[in-house]
Ligand binder design. Structure first.
Ligand code: IPM
Ligand code: MN
Length: 346
């Protein structure tokens, strides 16, 4: 049996609920596919602060360092950015591949959503999230500032990753930029520098505002979308609307060594936290990305197929607003459905 140490950082809000559900599904898939997960729970965010006075306690960092991966739930603030930076997780993969069973859940018409298969590649360890910032005062009054800064090398390294992904897919890379207003961040040119190594990939630079519109109008026409940290954050939430619920989407945040943190794209959802009705499919999708990263492709595939069969039977968590004959299920009921389907699949 292959065995993995997994740092488990539930965070707060619905984070602990979706993470607990995901661990159960992972462990059951492992039993069936010949791997075992040893979960190492650790604190992050406000719960960590309450206990230790730190949003990202040293103990949590040590725990993550000694693990094969990090399963992350959600935090409203504190710790996550530091964690990404600590492990240099500059690659954020956010696939949006809506299930045919959920096409009708999107506000976009089914014929627009049908065939969408997007991969957002978001730069995650630099840009405006980490640039010089502060609040200060001058003659005109108090002001605040955040600096969007990218080294050419930082743009090159994420561009290479996006091009590599494009090459394994439909060989089309869209590059989000805002060079008409922010000409000192020439994303298009930096991607072109690297693109010569990928002659079969078509690179299409697009102003990010226009791209937001085009993603709504014709999402099928896009394959891999590369964006800096802030633009990538915003565009990937748009992916949630395309998929019918942001609760469906997962992500992988990786460094150059392939070490990763896996988290759903959604946040803490305080309005539904503690009710046992959160959708764990985003966290489960993140876990399947983790299994693929580890080479556990059979486990990943079994979980995906189980999920499709569950959706095909009409089971829906609250975020997907089930309408009869669809069947409302709680988080725990969904886990039981995964168990039943994994049994069949194995
Ligand atoms: C995300 C989240 C985070 C981000 C927040 C919680 C800082 O929105 O992972 O998409 O902006 O990166
Ligand atoms: Mn976000």
């Amino acid at each position: 049996t292959r065995s993995y140490r997994l740092a488990v950082l539930p965070g707060e809000g619905i984070g602990p609920e979706v993470v607990a559900a995901t661990l159960q599904v992972l462990q059951r898939a492992g039993e069936q596919c010949g791997f075992a997960i040893a979960p190492q729970p650790a604190l992050i965010g406000p719960p960590a602060f309450a206990e230790t006075g730190q949003f990202l306690p040293d103990e949590t960092l040590r725990c993550c360092e000694q693990s094969d991966g990090i399963l992350f739930g959600a935090v409203s603030k504190g710790g996550l950015l530091e964690l990404r930076r600590h492990f240099d997780l500059f690659i954020n993969l956010r696939p949006v591949c809506p299930s045919p069973h959920l096409f009708h859940k999107s506000p976009l018409r089914s014929e627009v959503v049908q065939g969408v298969d997007l991969l957002f590649v978001r730069e995650l360890a630099s840009g405006i999230y980490f640039g010089e910032s502060g609040r200060a005062e001058d003659a005109e009054g108090v002001y605040g500032f955040h600096t969007m800064r990218y080294g050419d090398a930082e743009m090159h390294r994420i561009a290479r990753v996006a091009l590599e992904w494009a090459q394994t897919r439909r060989r089309h890379l869209t590059v989000a930029h805002k060079e008409n207003a922010l000409p000192c961040l020439p994303w298009s040119a930096r991607v072109e520098d690297v693109a010569s190594d990928f002659p079969d990939v078509t690179v299409e630079p697009m102003l990010v505002d226009n791209l937001a519109m085009q993603l709504v109008l014709r999402p099928c026409d896009f394959d891999v979308v590369l964006a800096g940290n802030l633009f990538g954050d915003i565009l990937s939430d748009l992916g949630g609307a395309i998929a019918g619920s942001i609760g469906m989407l997962g992500s992988a945040s990786l460094n150059a060594s392939g070490f990763g943190l896996y988290e759903p794209i959604h946040g803490t959802a305080p309005d539904i936290a503690g009710k046992g009705i959160a959708n764990p499919m985003g966290a489960i999708a993140s876990a399947t990305l983790m299994l693929e990263q580890w080479g556990e492709t059979k486990g990943a595939q079994q979980i995906r197929e189980a999920q499709e069969r569950i959706l095909a039977q009409g089971y829906r968590t609250a975020d997907l607003s089930p309408v009869p004959p669809e069947i409302f299920v709680t988080t725990d009921e969904l886990v039981q459905l995964f168990f039943a389907e994994l049994e069949k699949g194995g």
